[in-house]
Design a protein around this ligand. Structure first.
Ligand code: SAM
Length: 291
């Protein structure tokens, strides 16, 4: 069954008595080349488990199941569960779970289903909740090999942006701590039903086994990034002073200088490694102050 065919999509949904739910970010793919391409490019070897978020009626799920050993798909919409049990009936390597991914204990789910195999994530993400889902996955502590997601094109640009560019933001710097990000391809709005207002793009994150940056205090590292981007028009010094609270202006100025940055630099020019160095300098200062 071609689950990207418009008549098929409409008829399986009509048979189940359901319509597209805007509140769940439901924009289903209507061009089968796209799920094929995503499935081809989301991981390097077939002996693995794929965690899919939001299978919809299962167009990407079936492509994943054809290429990888096992697929676990988490779908929030209970109206789609009976649909999926029909559209994916031919596969014995798919488990569908009716849950909100944000409420799922990711580490426990992986421990239960992965059978010790490497795990990758692959999803056409609901756009209303892209960043929270990414952070939920990254902060789960699970060592995913890759995370491949379709997101709005402008979000893809932000995820893969270079420091100093207009697209660079807090999420870019945080993501660079977990892995290397690349945009795979763009997908036009016309490839979905209902068609969203903007184009999309597929992004692949290859996660590091171990972060290349030595970070002494992760909370402080994240705090620096958050503060720098919450007030990105201010200088880094002023933004950190207002956002971090616990350091004096002199301490922040000293840390900035110790890292070799210009005193008037803005946070948006700093790479992930720069934020690591800066938070380490502040950490050392805090330690010295306590002694
Ligand atoms: N994979 C299908 C496709 O590519 O055509 C559907 C993608 S659609 C953009 C997003 C899917 O995520 C929908 O099926 C939606 O119901 C589901 N979804 C939305 N929020 C979710 C959540 N918090 N947890 C799990 N699934 C969610």
């Amino acid at each position: 069954m071609d689950l990207c065919n418009l008549s098929v999509i409409k008829s399986v949904m009509a048979d189940a008595g359901i319509t597209f739910r805007k509140d769940f970010g439901q924009n289903f793919l209507t061009n089968r080349i796209i799920p094929e391409d995503i499935a081809d490019n989301c991981a390097d070897s077939s002996e693995r488990m794929i965690l899919e978020i939001g299978p919809g009626i299962g167009c990407l799920t079936q492509e994943l199941a054809m290429r990888y050993k096992k697929v676990v798909a988490v779908e929030i919409d209970k109206g789609l569960i009976p649909v999926l049990s029909k559209t994916l009936a031919d596969f014995d390597n798919i488990t569908v779970i009716n849950e909100d991914i944000m409420k799922v204990d990711i580490a426990a789910l992986i421990a239960e289903h992965s059978e010790g195999m490497p795990v990758s994530v692959c999803a056409n993400l609901p756009y209303y909740i892209t960043t929270p889902i990414l952070m939920h996955l990254l902060e789960s502590g699970v060592k995913f090999s890759t995370i491949t997601v379709m997101v709005q094109n402008e979000v893809a640009a932000r995820l893969a942006a270079k420091p100093g560019s207009s697209d660079y933001g807090a999420i870019t710097a945080v993501l660079a701590y977990y892995g290397s990000v690349r945009k795979l391809f763009k997908v036009s709005a016309g490839c979905f039903i209902p068609a969203p207002k903007v184009d999309s793009a597929v992004v692949r994150i290859d996660l590091y086994d171990k972060c290349p940056y030595d970070i002494k205090d992760e909370t402080l590292f994240r705090g620096c990034i958050r503060a720098a981007f919450e007030m990105r028009r201010k200088t880094l010094e002023n933004a950190l002073c207002a956002g971090l609270g616990k350091f004096t202006k002199e301490q922040i100025a000293a840390a900035i200088s110790r890292c070799g940055f210009d005193s008037k630099i803005r946070g948006e020019r700093l790479s992930c490694e720069d934020f690591a160095n800066l938070s380490n300098a502040l950490f050392e200062m805090n330690k010295t102050a306590k002694i």
